[in-house]
Design a protein. Structure first.
Lengths: 261, 288
């Protein structure tokens, strides 16, 4: 049997090291390509989106109470009840988030599973991004049960005013964005804004779908009303937006953002 | 060979060979880079200029279409304006390409697919530049009263854009801070009074359903806020950044009007009557 020379052994060791290192690197690459380990930061990015986790919960609750107080001048007891309700909403969310976090974070998923994992996080993310003190919150329920009839009327009127202002802003944004590709004269712009303000309605609630509210309703406006304002080339551009808006209406009705009428 | 059996020496040789290869490779790479950098620079610039022209032309057409609607020039005046605009576009694309840094050049070459979060783009916003370029061409090529009509319309359009942007900023604040009606009105008026295009976000920024909080100059907002609102506002505002849009800002996500035919190659500013004329598709009917 040939004796292995010491020099060859060293060379062999170096080659082995190089091989093992590259093999480990390759394995990691393959693993990275086909598998995905969900870590805390990725989970948070899915859950909180670009808005990040709100750390100052007290300020959030305080300003929600102030929002009501501005309009209907709450008593101390009413404010306390609302504060408790708000804290309850945040606690409930944190509990749900922690449960989901402990279930999903730290586990490795293959490509087919990642979509399902994301879908598990999505409902809670939607709740968070829509605001934890929104319409279906405990906070909102306590508002309804705590305010006097007079205060309820004032609060509803203020909410209506807020949605009206939002509607006016969305109409202007729609027209200004249309003008990016469809030049309008000042008179045309004024008439188009008037038409859209009269022929579309404010959303039932404002939020992340605000920018779809006008295009979704535009598609129901009779073509002649637009062609009375726009020339043919301009209408061709608008028509592309109207076509995109057709599918949106049903979705917004399903989401409870537009009334079904 | 005897010396090759020497354990230490062979190890040293091995290391030396690897080192030499690494150094050689690095030096070669530098040389190669020097050789390659020179020639393709012109090619990159050329490709970039072509890409820029292709990307910017639709925006120029929209602005010319606006100018034609606003100023209502005669056919000859239209032709002169469009011919001048075609020449201007080539010069502009050339200058614009030179102002871009390497990253932005790459973005343009790849069709501006990215959306960048950060400060304003180097070399200015192409839409703004095109609008001011056309304004100068209108002033140069059209009679005074027509240029004045265009100027008036452009001013009104700018005022409307500003109004739409301020309204969106107020809505964004209202969504996060639950403003009273009085606060909304005061903040809107403060932002309008202190308007500056340097901090104003692009209208496209508001098409993300509130996913991004657009930065607002604190000094024009904070005086109207309650302490609780100020805490939330400061947190949101300190971490927010402006968004620079790629293709979306050039209108490629929606339709673009196409009723002005620009010549493919630049032509003389005042084309000879018998020569090939750029054609302007007339709007079917001028409204107002």
């Amino acid at each position: 049997m040939k004796r292995i020379k010491p020099i060859s052994l060293v060379e062999f060791s170096m080659m082995a090291i190089v091989t093992v290192v590259s093999w480990i690197g390759g394995l990691q690459a393959v693993t990275a390509q086909n598998h995905f380990t969900l870590d805390e930061s990725q989970f948070d990015a899915w859950l909180y989106g670009n808005s990040n986790r709100v750390d100052d919960v007290d300020s959030q609750i305080t300003l929600a109470i102030e929002g009501v107080d501005h309009v209907c001048h709450l008593t101390g007891a009413q404010s306390d009840k609302l504060r408790l309700a708000g804290q309850g909403d945040y606690s409930r969310f944190d509990r749900q988030a922690d449960e989901l976090r402990s279930e999903l974070v730290g586990t490795t998923y293959n490509q087919n599973e990642i979509g399902d994992v994301y879908q598990k996080v999505r409902p809670l993310a939607t709740t968070y991004q829509a605001g934890l003190l929104g319409r279906s919150s405990l906070f909102a329920k306590v508002i309804r049960s705590t305010l006097t009839p007079e205060q309820t009327g004032e609060y509803a009127a203020a909410e209506k005013e807020r949605l009206k202002a939002n509607h006016a802003a969305q109409v202007k944004l729609f027209v200004a964005m249309l003008e990016r590709g469809c030049p309008l004269t000042s008179a045309q712009r004024t008439r188009l804004v008037e038409l859209l303000r009269s022929e579309t309605k404010p959303a039932l609630r404002s939020g992340q779908y605000d920018q779809y509210v006008i295009p979704a309703q535009c598609s129901a406006i009779k073509e002649e009303k637009f062609t009375a304002i726009l020339d043919e080339a301009q209408f061709r551009v608008l028509n592309k937006t109207l076509q995109q808006g057709r599918g949106l209406r049903r979705q917004l009705v399903q989401q409870g953002i537009l009334a079904d009428d | 060979m005897r010396y090759c059996r020497n354990y230490d020496l062979r190890c040293v040789c091995w290391v030396a060979v690897i080192f030499a290869i690494a150094c050689g490779k690095s030096l070669f790479a530098q040389d190669f880079a020097l050789i390659v950098d020179e020639a393709p620079n012109a090619m990159v610039q050329n490709a970039l200029q072509k890409r820029l022209r292709m990307s910017l032309e639709p925006i120029l057409k929209v602005e010319l279409s606006f100018a034609i609607r606003a100023a209502k020039p005669t056919d000859d005046q239209r032709r002169a304006l469009i011919a001048a605009a075609a020449i201007w576009l080539d010069q502009f694309a050339d200058e614009f390409a030179q102002k871009k840094n390497q990253n932005e050049q790459q973005m343009w070459l790849q069709g501006l697919q990215q959306i960048v979060i950060g400060g304003p783009p180097e070399g200015g916003n192409p839409r703004t530049e095109i609008e001011s370029g056309v304004a100068k061409l209108v002033e140069k090529t059209l009679p005074e009263e027509k240029a004045a009509a265009y100027k008036k319309e452009a001013k009104e359009r700018e005022a409307f854009r500003r109004e739409a942007t301020v309204d969106q900023l107020v809505e964004q604040l209202d969504e996060k801070l639950i403003l009273s009606a009085e606060q909304r009105a005061k903040i809107a008026s403060s932002l309008s009074a202190h308007w500056d295009s340097k901090w104003a976000p692009e209208l496209e920024s508001f098409q993300f359903g509130g996913s991004y909080f657009m930065p607002v100059p604190g000094q024009w907002v904070q005086p109207e806020l309650t302490p609780a609102q100020r805490i939330v506002f400061d947190r949101l505002n300190s971490s927010s950044r402006q968004i620079i849009f790629g293709a979306m800002a050039l209108g490629r996500n929606g339709g673009l009007i196409d009723d002005v035919d620009l010549p493919a190659e630049p032509v003389a500013a005042e084309p000879a009557p018998a020569g090939p004329q750029p054609v302007v598709a007339n709007p079917q009917h001028d409204v107002d």
